[in-house]
Structure formats: C-alpha cells, structure tokens
Design a protein around this ligand. Sequence first.
Ligand code: AFP
Length: 282
Amino acid sequence: MMDDTIDQVLDVVAGLGPEIAAGLWSHRGAAVAEDHPTGDEAIDADVWADALLVDRLSTIEGVGQLASEEREEPVDVGDGLSITIDPLDGSSNVATNNLCGTIVGIFDGQLPAGGEDIAGAAYVLFGPITTMVVAVEDTVTELALGRSGSQTLQRDVTLPAEPVVYGFGGKDPDWTPAFASFADEIRDELKLRYGGAMVGDVNQILHHGGMFAYPALRERPEGKLRLQFEGIPMGYIIEAAGGRASTGVGPMLEAAPTDLHQRTPVYLGNTELIDRLEVALE
Ligand code: AFP
C-alpha cells in the first residue's frame, strides 16, 4: 500500500510539472497580501502552485498529512504518509526567467518528521526543459516531463567522483570566519555555479559533482533554508546518489525537526567535500 501511495504522489507531481511550467508566465508577478509562514515574501506563483499541488495530492488515498512551505500548519487529508512540498522553490527567479522548481518529501511518520522517517523525495526543475529527479529506496532516477507523459533520462543517477562546481549562498562578509576560510579553499579548486534556486543549484551538483551550501551566517546561525521542506528531502536525494548532506554539525538526515518551518544550515555534495567542511567548522 505504501509503495502504491508513493507512486501515486510521484505521478501527481510529475503530471503537474508541465502544467506549472506552462502557467508560470501568467503568475510571475505580483506579491500577495498574506505573509509567508516563514517571513519570506510569497509571489502569486507560490500561492498558485501551492493550491494546485495541495488540491491534487489531498485526493490520494494513503496520504495523511500534507504540509506546504506556503502554509503555517499541515492539512490532515486522511490516514497514511506525510507529504511535504515546497511548491515553487526559487520563485523569486521567475521574474528574471531563471531556474525554479518544486520539492517534495514523503515521510512514513507524523510531521515534523526527520530523515529516519523519509520514504522518498523528488524535485521538479523548471528550466529549458522540465525534468524531475526522484529518490526512492536509495536510488535516484531522472525523467523529462512533457504534456504527453514522462521519459526516463537516467536510472541510478550518482554524483560524479570528481567534483567540478560549487554554489554557496549568502554574502561573503556574512559568512562565519571558519566557513569563509573553507570557501577560499573551494574557490581555488572548483568553478562557481550559483543561480539562487536550491533545486537548480543542487541539480548542477548532482550532474557535475561538487558542493552546494546555504551556510550558517554570523547574524543568522540557523541559515536560510527550511529543514523539513528543503534540507531533508534534497539531502536524501544527494545521499541516495552517493553523496552527503550535513547541517554542519552532523548528518542532515539525523537532524530531528521540532518545528515545521525551522531553518537549518545546508551543506551537501561529494562526500569528501562535506567531510572536509565538517572538520573546517569544528
Ligand atoms: P525564493 O524561493 O524566495 O526565491 O528563495 C529561494 C531559496 O529559498 C533557495 O531556493 C535558494 O537556495 C536560496 O533561497 C537563495 O537565497 P539567496 O537569494 O539569499 O541567494
């Protein structure tokens, strides 16, 4: 039953991908009145994508709780798996026609849920083509999404052994001295690829090898990204692809959320880079 529910969740998200991609144009602009649960500004596309996904996902038998990064509290829609969505990660990129996407977490446990309860994760990436990366049973698959259905691009996706690119969020002066020193080393070793949307930046790491971080900041030690909606799902995908995901002090998938919208520093990518990062932050 659980596997069937997971498949249905992933099929709904895949089916909505092209619809959201086609609709961004008409939802690209105006900020909306109500504030975002975590204080970030939401735009029309955030709210529109959220409504589409919640409406469709809430009809799946076997889904219990449904939580959105756009909503303060989870919605109880039945009994079974808990689903988390970041409906439009990188929505501020829509206005400049840069990458954005949808992040999905599937948990066999009540929310807020940690990595030990994760049963699957996926992201849809709205770029030159619409793709979807899915991690279930510790295996990663990449698909292309079209109006007539999906096409598998690659099975058993793994990070390249040799890291090539890096992308670090936040401003250099806001980084802690330990991270700034680590970043100086990485800057000499890898090429900068940072686009301002986690889904696009992590997708570069998945395909080229390297490291993504939105680090703890001097004035914001919790960082910017959400543990439940971004850190754990994306961390699971990267670890399923043979890499590592860390909060800086330990494995992302061992971090237990206490609040649905809590933030966490995020460091993920090739294992040896994340190992080095954790030593650098000790
Ligand atoms: P938006 O969804 O507000 O565009 O923020 C995107 C994001 O949450 C994440 O996807 C990026 O990695 C990060 O913020 C980029 O933050 P900066 O704009 O500070 O670089």
